[in-house]
Design a protein. Sequence first.
Length: 210
Amino acid sequence: MRMALVCGAALMVSASGGCTGKSELRYLDFQTKQPVAQSADMEPVTIVIEPFEDRRADKARIGTRTHLWGGVTHFDVVGGRPADMISQALVNRLKTRSWGNRAWNVRLGQAGSATDADIVISGQVQEFSAGAKSRAFSTVIDAKSRLTIQAKNAEDKSTTTRSIEGARSRTVFWFGEQDVQELLAATLDDGIERLIADTMVVQKAVRPAR
């Protein structure tokens, strides 16, 4: 089952929008579904994921919609920290179904605090954005992400690094803010699936799958 990121719709508005020359900022709530309880026979490997670094060129927002008759709507995540949201999404995904379709012992931890971890995963968010352009009778939405994820293995001090890029596009007749959120969530989901497919855990260490 693919990781689900639940839409929370826009929670805050900074200015009245939709009219010519106006702009507004809306916050999207990427609340991840709580993972099910981990099974007693989960893999005996301790994995800690550190909060990802935000290295985006534009940290003010994650997306912009250009309206047909002028004006723009900007989007950001609740709290303004998409890198934290992405690292938490990875934690939840690995807890439920990951390598070998198994549940793993995964938790979020601050950098340098994982003294008992077999594997420490860190990452950088280079891009996580969406653009929407309204035209007559439709709106075109494009979403893209670019992440670098690094796994450090305590057993032999080795490191496995993966650069993951993803993009999706959608055209809708009736535009809703959930369209932006769902497309970004799907793009992130694609990246996590690719990370799992491209790596494997062998003897308490993350290795390239090929």
